[in-house]
Design a protein around this ligand. Structure first.
Ligand code: GDP
Ligand code: MG
Length: 163
């Protein structure tokens, strides 16, 4: 079976954009189980010839939630529990927020391989935010642009090392 990779992070950092890019045209399965997995999206992902399963998180909370509370936390924990590796996404243009740190702590506590993605880094933007993310102690942040498809080879390299 394919390795399972969870995309986690606070709202608005670009998780779903990354999910859509990794899954591409393949249809994402929408899980209709009740409770914490209701808004979980999982699909077959590919970078180059490397195939894996990927799960997006926190789809329904994003309009109002700003901290790691309630269902968003439960859903993230469930995704992390199931995952073989974790993509922790932060917004390199904004830098690290308290909410980012809460998600990073959750990832760290899992003891699983964590890849820090400094997103929205197209055209070398967000360098300062990437340096901040380095301070999480979760390894070298990988600069990416989910929206523009930049940095995917760096993500591939990190995934192959993690899995
Ligand atoms: P989520 O809440 O973490 O799932 O974030 P979304 O994927 O919904 O993205 C939030 C916002 O960030 C949207 O307006 C996206 O278009 C934007 N966004 C996502 N990835 C990038 C990126 O690589 N660069 C830029 N500039 N914006 C991005
Ligand atoms: Mg989303």
């Amino acid at each position: 079976t394919l390795p399972l990779v969870a995309i986690i992070g606070r709202p608005n950092v670009g998780k779903s954009t990354l999910f859509n890019r990794l899954v591409g045209k393949k249809l994402a399965l929408v899980d209709d189980q009740p409770g914490v997995t209701r808004d979980r999206r999982e699909g077959d992902a590919r970078i180059g010839h490397f195939h894996f399963r990927v799960v997006d998180t926190a789809g329904l909370e994003e309009s109002d939630a700003d901290s790691l509370t309630g269902r968003m936390r439960a859903q993230t924990e469930a995704a992390v529990d199931d995952a073989d590796a974790i993509l922790f996404v932060m917004d390199a243009r904004v830098g690290l927020t308290g909410s980012d740190k809460a998600f990073a702590d959750l990832a760290r506590r899992s003891g699983k391989p964590v890849i820090v993605l400094a997103n929205k880094a197209e055209g070398n933007r967000g360098l300062e935010g990437s340096y901040e993310a380095f301070g999480l102690g979760l390894g070298d942040p990988v600069p990416v642009s989910a929206e523009h498809g930049e940095g995917m080879s760096g993500l591939l390299e990190a995934l192959m090392l993690a899995l």
